[in-house]
Design a binder for this molecule. Structure first.
Ligand SMILES: [Zn+2]
Ligand SMILES: [Zn+2]
Length: 238
């Protein structure tokens, strides 16, 4: 049960879509839907519902809320030098957010808190994408965490989608570190074996470029089957 203090920490401020600046659409940090509340502390993180705010808060946001305000708030900078300095600071901050997010996601995976792990993995993916760009090998660790969390949540189609993206990014970069290749191959092999074990055929990761919207947790993608029931308790840890 949530304590009063924790509830107060997470309290959101209502936002109206009509109040957003022209051309700006506030989207939920967790699912990408139109937001109706925002974090009262940083004021720059939006959610569709108190439930998604709670998952994000517990999964990662309580650790990165103050720094998100620094990097997401618009700054008035007069000189080129000031702009370059801010960009440098922003990049450093985002790199540290990626590391914290990956380690929180991993911690939650190990303790079978898959929804919370998803929150950290999404942050790792979002900031990796912003710093390194799409289709980069640096996104592979975040995709593997997202796939792992999705498997734990029994969103298997979604997990396969993340694995396909990871595979695509690895193929684009022949210089990808071997440790990442081997993690990816171990994970894909497990998924293949699992599918074969329940008669669903082999999972072949798609080689097409990943779609732009890549972070959605969509309950409609839930994939109930004997395959789902074959997932070991506690999901997969790679
Ligand atoms: Zn949401
Ligand atoms: Zn916040």
């Amino acid at each position: 049960m949530e304590t009063g203090a924790k509830k107060a920490q997470m309290e959101g401020i209502l936002v109206s879509p009509l109040a957003s600046p022209k051309g700006v659409k506030y989207e939920c940090e967790m699912c990408g839907k139109i937001a109706s509340i925002k974090c009262k502390h940083c004021g720059v993180t939006f959610y569709c519902s108190p439930e998604h705010q709670r998952i994000d808060w517990d999964g990662i946001h309580h650790k990165i809320c103050p720094v998100l305000n620094q990097i997401r708030s618009p700054a008035v900078l007069s000189s080129e030098r000031e702009r370059a300095k801010r960009e440098h600071m922003k990049e450093k901050t985002m790199l540290s957010i990626i590391e914290i997010s990956k380690s929180e996601a991993m911690r939650n995976l190990v303790s079978n808190h898959f929804e919370l792990a998803m929150a950290g993995a999404l942050q790792a993916q979002r900031h990796s994408m912003e710093i390194f760009g799409a289709n980069r090998v640096e996104l592979v660790p975040a995709y593997l965490l997202l796939a792992e969390a999705s498997m734990g949540l029994e969103h298997h189609r979604q997990a396969e989608g993340y694995l396909s993206k990871a595979k695509y990014n690895v193929l684009k970069h022949p210089d990808c570190p071997n440790i990442l290749r081997s993690r990816l191959h171990r994970f894909v092999t497990r998924v293949c074996l699992l599918r074969l074990a329940v008669g669903l055929g082999t999972f072949i990761p798609s080689f097409s470029p990943p779609p732009a919207a890549s972070h959605l947790i969509d309950p409609s993608r839930f994939y109930p089957s004997v395959y789902d029931r074959a997932v070991p308790a506690g999901g997969f840890i790679w």
